[in-house]
Design a protein around this ligand. Structure first.
Ligand code: ZN
Length: 327
């Protein structure tokens, strides 16, 4: 759909997801979301990404065939006044059939210095599905670097790692410096800074198909673990729901909301931001209408509403996760 001549509104951008095979992945992304995924164990759907390790191509409309990173460089008006030298967010669905490694991410300052100018990685998870009794690692119990190093060396993982039970609909903000691990039987929608820097501290001594173990990064982990972070009691969402909208989390990099749309209960999401990312995470699907036109949505649809798209009017039966950049 071309930019609407009558209203001047920018059409929505539909990126084609990029999939990544992972030792801990599976087939859920095909079986439950209907994605056309590669053979083997697939762990990650990079649904909205301009990161070089998975730069999405736009499908349909005036920008068909161009990558999100190209649009950021060449058509920057689509992203309003958003600052920075790269598209700042990355939206993923993760399917953990096995435990993810125990890991931590650096902040912007450490990543810029030690990882070739990369962004740091603040991330958050919205739990889409999990098996009964599932848990998630969201912190650690050592008080300082020396104690942490000793517990790692002695392999005292049960003492070191802090985990909580999870259920569908839980939300966790994972600050840089937080030891974390998504555990087997869990599917999450992850909203994060556009970064692929992960320091692995423990991988359960797993061996890959080629007989090797994945690399660990103990020195970097010791550098970046933040011992001052509080341990969350649960992932309960306690914010009120108003007209179908619940604020899941805010942080210096992004805000994330859940929007519920039901038959007879449409929802409007104002587009007052530099851009807005939308993912259809549950339900049958429906339709989104803007001043530029109307698009069908189904479970697993993702799009970017650019600056100047106008407000988003949703109808149908679906639950959405919506986010935009801050700062
Ligand atoms: Zn992570």
């Amino acid at each position: 759909m071309e930019k609407n001549e009558a209203t001047g509104a920018q059409p929505l951008l539909f990126p084609k997801p990029v999939f990544h095979n992972k030792i801990w992945g599976g087939r859920y992304l095909h079986d439950e979301y209907g994605y056309d995924i590669p053979d083997g164990d697939v762990g990650e759907c990079w649904a909205i990404s301009a990161h070089p390790n998975g730069d999405c191509t736009i499908e349909g409309g005036p920008y068909d065939g161009r990558t999100l990173s190209e649009l950021w460089q060449d058509e920057h008006e689509l992203f309003g006044d958003a600052k920075g030298d790269r598209f700042p967010l990355l939206i993923k669905i993760l399917d953990a059939r096995q435990n993810l490694s125990v890991q931590v991410h650096p902040d912007d300052a450490y990543a810029a210095e030690h990882e070739n100018g990369s962004l740091g990685k603040r991330e958050c998870w919205y739990v889409l599905d999990c098996k009964p009794g599932a848990t998630i690692v969201v912190g650690q119990r050592a008080h300082d670097r020396a104690e942490f190093a000793k517990m790692v060396e002695e392999g005292r993982w049960d003492d070191l790692l802090y985990s909580v039970p999870i259920k569908r609909g839980d939300f966790f903000m994972i600050e840089p410096g937080t030891i974390h691990a998504i555990q087997a039987g869990t599917v999450v929608l992850e909203t994060q800074q556009s970064s692929d820097v992960t320091y692995r501290v423990y991988d359960y001594d797993r061996v890959q198909a080629d007989g090797t173990k994945r690399e660990l990064h103990i020195p970097q982990t010791l550098d970046v673990v933040d011992f001052s972070l509080p341990l969350p009691k649960s992932g309960d969402v306690t914010a009120p729901e108003k007209d179908g909208v619940t604020v899941l989390g805010t942080c210096p990099n992004f805000e994330v909301e859940r929007v519920r749309v039901a038959e007879g209960s449409p929802a409007r999401v104002p587009q007052t931001h530099d851009f807005v990312c939308v993912s259809v995470v549950h339900g049958e699907g429906g339709k989104v209408t803007t001043p530029a036109g109307s698009w069908d949505l189904r479970l697993g649809s993702h799009f970017v509403a650019p600056a100047g798209s106008g407000d988003l009017d949703f109808e149908g039966d679906m639950e959405l996760v919506v986010s935009w950049p801050e700062g």
